[in-house]
Design a binder for this molecule. Sequence first.
Ligand code: C5P
Length: 399
Amino acid sequence: MIKLANKRVLLGVSGSIAAYKSAELVRLLRQQGAEVRVVMTATATEFVQPLTFQALSGNMVYSAWDDADRGDGMGHIELARWADAIIIAPASADLLARLRQGMANDLLTTLCLASDRMIAVAPAMNRLMWENAATQDNMAVLKQRGIHVLGPGTGGQACGEIGLGRMLEPDQLVQDISALFGSGILSGARLLLTAGPTREPIDAMRFLSNRSSGKMGYALAQAAIEAGADVTLISGPVALTAPARAKRRDVNSANEMYEAVMAEVPTHDIFISAAAVADYRPLEFSKEKVKRKANTIDLALTQNRDIVASVAALPNKPFVVGFAAETSDVERHARGKLQRKGLDMIAANQVGDGQGAEVDDNAMTLYWVEGSHHLEKTTKHKLARQMIAIIGEHYHAAT
Ligand code: C5P
């Protein structure tokens, strides 16, 4: 299996003699299917010529401040957004200290500050520099912030000493990086996903809708891409930017979402229904704006078709995952929907009291017929990665 299919790795190279090994790292990352862009600190360019990295990555190398705003239309924020992960190898003592301080005094540290993606560092330095309390203190803080630390290894050093502080070998780094990505569990799978609310029109100006922000669905789209899937995202109206590699189709009403899903589903292997689809729509739509008249008006509603249940009832159905947002008795309601709608899995959470639709943190329990898995409260991005790992496992077990 190509472990890094679809992955975009921003490789940061800082000033250490181990920088020469990163040339091999670029080659191995690409061999595993990753797209690689290299950012070098000024000191790194004294150890290795940018041209080496340009030739091996197939992309221009960024080093000076304005490099990211030149040539290929990637401003530095674009470059930060482009990456699925920032891997800094080698990470010198100086780079780690600057990272810990949140400094933005060169392009690489600025990109790290401007990124909400996974960051990993592969330290490389003399043994005494590594053991120094200042470095150890920096590492403790970086780890606490969720930055992954790969190595260092032990052995002979360029300075002639022996001990901890060597950068890990490139083949080991590629293995560790693949593991961080969750091993491409959806490599080659085609995944269809709905996200966001729907709008059910009342008249030319008004609609019925709900509080869904689309954040969970968009985070799942990103996590699925990182896991190697080809993603089609059918989105209700949200204020979010779709991951660059997702194919996005925008819809408004539940009816439009139904049509879009049914058109796409035959070419997909997995369907995740994260949208908060309105259960009802106004029975009648008025082309003219409804005028204010009496104190109360009646609005007759009629039921929308259930999209996820319709997909699950198809003869060649994909692996189907639904959501259940419940205000009470979460497991009973979730299991009821799992069975009634014929789903393979359902992701359930408690809503209300500041949990669920509009917030960034969430907890979730996944249920399937024979089991369940609880995911502790964390950011929707982390939750999405954990969900995709479990969905991937069950999808493979079912096919
Ligand atoms: O029944 P309930 O609306 O709670 O079910 C939620 C699940 O069903 C979600 O996965 C949602 O996307 C899906 N759903 C649907 N079509 C509807 C209503 C809900 O696909 N009309």
